[in-house]
Design a protein around this ligand. Structure first.
Ligand code: NAP
Length: 162
């Protein structure tokens, strides 16, 4: 099972100026932590650079196409080639969560079984978006959970349902 977990606004925006567009919500962060603890968290290079530190108690894996990239911090692992196969192989050892951003999620849609998306209230003039059209074409909403910090929809890959 390979899952992705992200939050988006009403326009499916996820980022602005290389960061989250909204004030961090402790309840949302708690939910994210509970879901991803003791797993591998896989992220694109830009998301990695937006983090203040390595996410604790998780294996931090960063995806880049640049073999010579100089890391501002030290992740646990870096995938620079055959990314999808490496993610699939890793999934046999640890639960895998792809945590963004949009570019990485879009390039991995064929291997992501479930997308757990939290829709936060409002619209935040984002510059980075999930492709709503593509996602709603390839995935079906399996469950919807209203929380104080947003509405969590679990989207399942249609191929898994057939
Ligand atoms: N709301 C949320 O839940 C959430 C979650 C995560 C991130 N974000 C936000 O989203 C924004 C960043 O997202 P983004 O879409 O711009 O960037 P991203 O996906 O985090 O990172 C893009 C970079 O990752 C590498 N990459 C991604 N897919 C690859 C592939 N298939 N093969 C090789 N390399 C690959 C490339 O690095 P190189 O250029 O080094 O090759 C690419 O430039 C930030 O604003 C961040 O705060 C929001």
């Amino acid at each position: 099972m390979i899952r992705a977990i992200l939050a988006h606004d009403k326009d499916w925006g996820i980022g602005k100026d290389g960061d989250l567009p909204w004030e961090k919500n402790p309840e949302d962060l708690k939910w994210f932590k509970e879901c991803t603890l003791n797993s591998a968290v896989i992220m694109g290079r830009k998301t990695w650079e937006s983090l203040p530190f390595k996410l604790p108690k998780r294996s931090n894996i960063v995806i880049t196409s640049n073999y010579d990239y100089e890391w501002p911090k030290v992740p646990d692992n870096v995938f620079t080639a055959q990314i999808k196969q490496q993610i699939v192989n890793l999934n046999y050892e640890l639960p895998v969560w792809i945590i963004g951003g949009a570019q990485l999620v879009h390039s991995c849609l064929d291997i992501i079984d479930e997308l757990w998306l939290n829709e936060v209230e409002g619209s935040y003039d984002c510059d980075t978006f999930l492709d709503k059209e593509l996602i709603t074409e390839k995935y079906s909403a399996e469950s919807i959970d209203e929380r104080d910090f947003g509405t969590i929809t679990k989207w399942t890959l249609n191929e898994k349902l057939s």
